[in-house]
Design a protein around this ligand. Structure first.
Ligand SMILES: Cc1cc2nc3c(=O)[nH]c(=O)nc-3n(C[C@H](O)[C@H](O)[C@H](O)COP(=O)(O)OP(=O)(O)OC[C@H]3O[C@@H](n4cnc5c(N)ncnc54)[C@H](O)[C@@H]3O)c2cc1C
Length: 491
């Protein structure tokens, strides 16, 4: 394990939000020397994310924090879309039992609390150093690495360091994105919303556990049940309204009067945002990469912005590790954007479609959703596959997230796999020994292999399927793909 020397590290991350902290944890697990540069001393405290999904909890499991994070969450029954008369337009309820990924489908949480747990977790890794109260200024890359310059906001002094790779997890106004080139794929959503967090002073079960989208064209609004006594309302602002005036306490209480009054709750946080739907077209330039809000922005109607940033970290983390260790060429990093951009675009496009329903009540954009027995539509959670990137062996099952069954030992499959490649295999299938590969032959993985029609499937460290094998030749191909110095089946 290499401890970060004062001025030279393998990876430097700008931004200690959820994306940067998760990526730093993944690098921390494997001993890569890492420095995180962050302008602020504490997590951002304006109202932002309130829900994450099972795939994200799986990443938190990989970094050893899922059980702790789970304690501070509330399992969510999902979201209902209603019109002005209270009629159900869309029912996006989630099953309440544990799903195929080994976790619940949707968790409510408080973002500053989550970020606190992620940051505390970093102290487990001597190879990760955090330099807060530092403003990233600029970076220059050459054949050997990157020189990063920053200002120490406490002393005012200029500081610099060298790294092999620089990751911009520096949020919506990313400087690293500016360096790579801001070239948005704009899905055309641009709307000002007021976001209000309150703490209830008494139990109000009548508000409900489901989130509610009030699809009322004259003033679209959202209600979200948070953790504990926290509740969230979001209101679309009309073009003629002044966002600052709308955020004044009296104006906020006037908006909330339909549900609560000052005797019921105290205002915790109020903020204005412009919701946008954009994805940068380029996520890597040489030794510079971007992740999280630096790479994409979504309206929050699906609760997926932070989730996408955590998925970026999971996709990028193991690839960076292989490249830094010399196990793969730097070209592996091109598969990061190639895989992630179509995936995140599918989520953002769906959020825009939901925004249309919320703004107009029109359901045409959700034409593929099934009719619900009680009227309206029944919405299923989308599960896009990764874009074309890495695949080996029998490639049809590649690019999808693998399930995570609980094994006979009582361990979840990811815990058995650790942070590396795992092969789910039939009990009798001979598998030649391969370093850094965990072979899992448990009865719990057999139904999924049956479903695929495969003898084995190779699961990547980010839990996506690299490929499967129906015969010995395909198995050999899978094993060759993960060998040190292989191209990992780049396609
Ligand atoms: C109203 C609202 C509701 C939302 N709801 C959800 C939800 O329910 N679920 C969900 O998944 N997502 C949701 N999101 C989105 C989610 O909050 C963001 O996607 C997430 O916080 C992005 O994380 P990040 O780490 O990529 O960026 P950030 O959290 O923005 O972190 C970037 C960090 O970089 C630092 N930084 C920037 N520039 C510099 C510099 N030059 N030098 C040093 N440091 C720098 C910043 O200080 C910051 O700490 C919501 C967002 C909003 C606004």
């Amino acid at each position: 394990m290499s401890e970060p020397a004062a001025n030279s590290v393998e990876v430097c991350i700008i931004g200690y939000g959820p994306t940067g902290a998760t990526l730093a944890s993944l690098l921390g697990l494997t001993g890569i020397s890492t420095v995180v540069i962050e302008r602020q001393a504490a997590p951002y405290d304006l109202p932002r994310a309130v829900q994450f999904d099972d795939e994200v909890m799986r990443v938190f499991q990989t970094i050893g924090l899922a059980d702790k994070i789970a304690l501070s969450t509330h399992v969510s029954p999902g979201m209902l879309f209603k019109d002005r008369e209270g009629r159900l337009l869309v029912d996006w309820s989630r099953p309440m039992e544990i799903g195929p990924q080994g976790w619940h489908r949707s968790y409510r949480f408080h973002q500053p609390e989550l970020e606190g747990i992620l940051r505390d977790g970093i102290s487990r890794f001597p190879n990760v150093a955090v330099r807060s109260c530092r403003e990233f200024l600029d970076a220059t890359q050459d054949d050997e690495g990157v020189t990063v310059r920053m200002r120490n906001l406490t002393t005012g002094e200029l500081e610099s360091l060298r790294c092999s790779y620089l990751v911009g997890a520096d949020g919506a106004r990313s400087s690293i994105r500016e360096m790579i080139g801001t070239d948005w794929n704009d899905l055309n959503f641009n709307q000002n919303w007021l976001v209000v967090d309150v703490c209830l002073q008494r139990d109000m079960p009548e508000l409900g556990d489901h989130s509610v989208q009030y699809c009322e064209p004259e003033r679209p609004a959202t209600y979200v049940r948070g953790t504990g006594q926290r509740r969230r309302w979001e209101f679309a602002l009309l073009p003629e309204e002044n966002p600052e005036a709308m955020a004044a306490p009296d104006a906020v209480w006037a908006r909330l009067a339909r549900w609560i009054n000052p005797a019921d709750a105290v205002l915790e946080r109020v903020a204005n945002y412009t919701f946008r739907a954009v994805i940068n077209r380029q996520w890597r330039q040489g030794r510079l990469l971007i992740a999280g809000d630096a790479a994409h922005l979504t309206p929050p109607f699906m609760g997926q912005g932070l989730c996408a940033g955590i998925r970026d970290a999971a996709n990028l983390g193991w690839k960076l590790i292989r490249v830094v260790r010399g196990q793969s060429s730097a070209a592996l990093l091109d598969s990061y954007g190639a895989e992630r951009i179509p995936h995140v675009t599918a989520y953002i496009a769906q959020a825009v479609r939901l925004g249309e329903v919320i703004n107009t009540c029109a359901l045409e954009s959700l034409a593929s959703a099934a009719p619900a027995p009680q009227g309206g539509l029944r919405l299923a959670t989308i599960a896009p596959s990764l874009g074309p990137g890495l695949a080996a062996g029998w490639t049809a099952p590649a690019h999808r997230i693998a399930p995570q069954p609980t094994l006979a030992t009582g361990l979840r499959a990811d815990d058995a796999a650790g942070y590396g490649f795992a092969l789910f295999a039939r009990p009798g299938l001979p598998v030649p020994p391969a370093g850094h590969l965990t072979v899992i032959r448990d009865a719990a993985v057999q139904p999924w292999l049956d479903e695929l029609g495969a003898e084995a499937a190779m699961i990547r460290p980010d839990r996506y399927v690299l490929g499967a094998a129906r015969d010995h030749g395909e198995l050999e191909n899978l094993l060759a793909a993960i060998a040190p110095s292989s191209s990992l089946g780049a396609c």
